[in-house]
Design a protein around this ligand. Sequence first.
Ligand code: 13P
Length: 287
Amino acid sequence: MLVNATEMLKKAKAGHYAVGHFNINNLEWTKAILSTAQELNSPVILGVSEGAGKYMTGFKTVVGMVNGMLEEMKITVPVALHLDHGTYDGCLKCVEAGFSSIMFDGSHYPIEENIAKTKELVKICAEHGMSLEAEVGAIGGEEDGVIGMGECADPQECKMIADLGVDFLAAGIGNIHGKYPANWAGLSFETLDAIQKLTGDLPLVLHGGTGIPADMIKKAISLGVSKINVNTECQLSFAAATRKYIEEGKDLQGKGFDPRKLLAPGTEAIKATVKEKMELFGSVGKA
Ligand code: 13P
């Protein structure tokens, strides 16, 4: 059964480790992440962006697939199904579809509007036993081929949003989605430290987990980060393994074109990436 992410992240914050949020795109992704979490006895958060939800034909399909896998694969570790960077309407759709957790990304609104909308969703999530992630300070990334630098959130604004009763908070600390540019300045630990001082026990979320060096990840965890989002890295491992299979001509040998064979190396590559991240984040054995 799906659980919300509140308890697992409170435990992570108290235990000084982080739970991985891995974005899913399809059945292979979901199966790979769930089986790795079970094998390593680790809690896990399955992230679904609105685009990925649409790709999978809608949030209800996602809920059906994940719930089915939890049962068929006999998954016993805590699993949360979480909307990633949701709009207000997207959040309402996921509440209705049966997600266990949502992120409302109001970081592009003026702070007053971010507060007003987040407040509404705090109430709705409480009524449904769901967890809520909010965001302050937009997280950059590639848009139209241009890589925007990550913003640093204002710690006072983080406190204002934290005080609304959200369960965990994503705050920009110079992190960005996708690959980091060569001239990236690194994470701003000063900002993170200031945010943690004002938000206390609230678990903090680090987006853009792909390509952040291990020592920075560890330092971020020591300063209160309890959830780390990874997406691009699984996509890159999947693509590289699939490319290798095809370049070696394996799809042309025997029944190598069978999707169950063609997609197997990519699926195994996702598993390896998820395992590596869970080990780095310290969530192995913490289910
Ligand atoms: P990456 O794609 O950089 O790993 O970021 C994932 C993320 O933050 C999803 O919200």
